[in-house]
Design a protein around this ligand. Structure first.
Ligand code: PLP
Length: 394
């Protein structure tokens, strides 16, 4: 920091110049992100309430009531009006919080030794973070040809140290949905905690279901499901940071809260990680959920699925690349038997296309900022790149 301050005009000019080099969602070039431009209303509501701190809800009782309503709305979407939860900083925090609760519940059931969590290979890196932070052992289960967890292997992996089973509704790489109904049965039979990571899928699948798509039931309709991660800052069009963690009911957290006694608003107890946290994102999320309603989200999801289908068909037409699997939601995995995926990615990046890269898969997430014309251009570029790489090989 310099001794003397800089004028507002200069600051704004410098920021505008420097941030000019960032990619924008509007360019349509960001193909591999689960984030997008927040909805206009959410953006303006966010800026109106930036000072609200949900870390001290006694001071901001109105904001807290709004957060409770957001959780209730998300709970209803996930078919459980009794849900209890929080708007957190993202899917990572939500998953870490869920793993902590599961571990603690395991302890109260008398489990000793290193707590074990059974989860699919396709699980998000946030579970590795949770394991590292809490000394959990992750038991990774293989996935089948449809990229869904192998249920019989989940069953076999259960031990007296198991504290949780995790299923994914909308995997990070391909958007596939684990057979949650079967996982729920296993969890119930074995009296185990079942967490579903629907960080991305939570704001997609409920609308697809209403649109008539056949997708496994992943939510609280399965009685074994104890908690669900669902992130409004992904397909919910809420501003970052707006993740969501929902528990089946309040009893899951009652014994697992930290008490914060020093707050100006009075003692607050909570089970999440952050102290001071944004009230504005919860309020903006409330605004957008109310504003769009089920119909609004259905429209957005439908339109993303139309573009997904356009990309799916386009990939099928291009030689030397193929779909990793048929898209279940608005995520498309592109792979190749003959060409190096890393090389394809490098060439695409030269043209400023930003995809996600996983082992042997390039991921496109069809967020609302990706339109038909962007996919047309992308397919043209991809075809030329793969042709050139194939020619160079021969
Ligand atoms: N869970 C899944 C399935 C995800 O795909 C992601 C992010 O991509 C996360 C959790 C983590 O979410 P965040 O980046 O908001 O922490």
């Amino acid at each position: 920091m310099k001794q003397k301050g800089v004028s507002r005009e200069k600051i704004l000019k410098e920021l505008s110049d420097r941030l000019n080099k960032d990619l924008t969602y509007e360019s349509g070039k960001i193909l591999g992100s689960m984030c997008t431009t927040p909805h206009e209303l959410a953006k303006s509501v966010m800026t109106m309430y930036l000072e609200k701190n949900l870390g001290d809800p006694g001071l901001f009782q109105g904001a807290q009531e709004i957060e409770v309503e957001v959780v209730r709305m998300l709970g209803k979407l996930l078919n459980n009006p009794e849900s209890w939860g929080y708007i957190v900083s993202g899917g990572t925090e939500a998953n870490i919080v869920a793993m902590r609760i599961a571990r603690n519940i395991g302890r109260t059931k008398g489990k000793s030794g290193t707590p074990e969590v059974i989860l699919p290979e396709s699980a998000h890196i946030s579970f590795d973070k949770a394991a590292d932070l809490m000394g959990l052992r992750l038991i990774r289960i293989g996935i089948d040809h449809e990229y869904r967890v192998k249920v019989p292997e989940v069953k076999k992996a259960i031990s007296n140290k198991t504290v949780a089973i995790v299923g994914i509704a909308g995997t990070t790489a391909l958007g596939t949905v684990d057979p949650v109904e079967e996982l729920s049965e296993i969890a119930t039979e074995n009296n185990l905690y079942l967490h579903i990571d629907a960080a991305f899928g939570g704001m997609v699948i409920p609308f697809l279901e209403r649109l008539g798509y056949k997708i496994p039931k992943f939510d609280f309709r399965n009685k074994g499901v104890c908690s669900i991660t669902i992130d409004p800052h992904k397909m919910g069009l809420a501003p970052i940071p707006a993740g969501g963690i929902l528990f089946k009911n309040q009893s899951y957290i009652q014994e697992n809260c930290f008490e914060i006694p020093y707050l100006a608003g009075g003692t607050y107890t909570h089970p999440i990680i952050l102290g001071t946290r944004s009230g504005a994102t919860a309020i903006a999320t409330w605004a957008i959920l109310k504003h769009l309603g089920i119909e609004g989200y259905q429209k957005i999801v439908k339109s993303c699925m139309n573009v997904t289908q356009q990309l799916e068909k386009g990939i099928e037409r291009i030689e030397n690349v193929e779909l990793a699997t048929k898209p279940v939601i608005n995520i498309v995995g592109i792979t190749s038997k003959n060409l190096d995926i890393c090389q394809i990615d490098q060439e695409l990046r030269k043209l400023k296309w930003a995809l996600g890269k996983f082992t042997n898969i390039l991921r496109v997430v069809i967020m609302p900022h990706i339109k038909t014309q962007h996919i047309e251009q992308f397919l043209t570029d991809l075809e030329q790149i793969t042709k050139k790489l194939q020619e160079n090989k021969t």
